[in-house]
Design a protein around this ligand. Structure first.
Ligand SMILES: [Zn+2]
Length: 197
């Protein structure tokens, strides 16, 4: 369980920023962990802002909604750069579905952290082919803290770190994830790619 190095309040003379990354497959609890950390910051009376890609409208336009329906209000944005304008005044800035943002998100997060913002980024570390997803590897590289959360393989019950796509579409971004994907361990993911099960 991640424990914050500090959850100081705004009255502190000097704000210190840093970057946290929460990564993992689908159904691994990334968004739940993001919400948990942001809610703790709210309890500490910190100013919290949450952003997500504008096209991620699976459940709701405004809320970051996780699969178990704990939700928190968020602002949909189109470009990572939008966070500079909208998020620079807050203490803690959360980003959900970060894998869908452009590469500029890494530089944006570094800038925000350098100027005293605690940045918490959640996203898929691998796509449906098991390849590193978008800006996530770079974000992990510049983060002080990286937490990899795991799902359970629906085929065998082992620890799962892959998102296996059951549907045939070749598009990387596909909405309606619960029907189209399942969490799998390395072995069952490989078997699935071969078409065995
Ligand atoms: Zn398995």
């Amino acid at each position: 369980m991640f424990i914050e190095p500090r959850v100081g309040n705004r009255q502190q003379a000097q704000r210190r920023g840093w970057i946290e990354v929460i990564c993992g497959s689908m159904f691994s609890g990334k968004t739940e962990e993001l919400i948990r950390r942001l809610n703790r910051a709210k309890i500490a009376k910190q100013c919290v802002e949450i952003f997500k890609p504008a096209f991620d409208t699976r459940y709701h336009d405004i809320d970051v909604v996780s699969h178990n329906a704990t939700s928190i209000r968020s602002t949909p944005i189109q470009f990572a750069n939008d966070m500079l304008l909208l998020g620079s005044g807050c203490d803690v800035l959360g980003v959900d579905e970060a894998q869908f943002f452009d590469e500029a998100i890494t530089e944006v997060c570094v800038h925000l952290a350098n100027t005293g913002v605690r940045v918490i980024v959640a996203g898929l570390d691998m796509d449906y082919l098991g390849k590193p997803f978008g800006p996530m590897p770079a974000l992990m590289g510049v983060a002080e803290y990286v937490t990899k959360v795991h799902a359970i393989c629906v085929q065998c019950g082992d620890i799962a770190s892959y998102s296996f796509r059951k549907a045939a579409s070749k598009e990387k971004v596909m909405l309606g994830e619960t029907d189209s994907y399942e969490a799998r361990c390395r072995h069952c993911f490989q078997e699935g790619l071969k078409g065995n099960f």
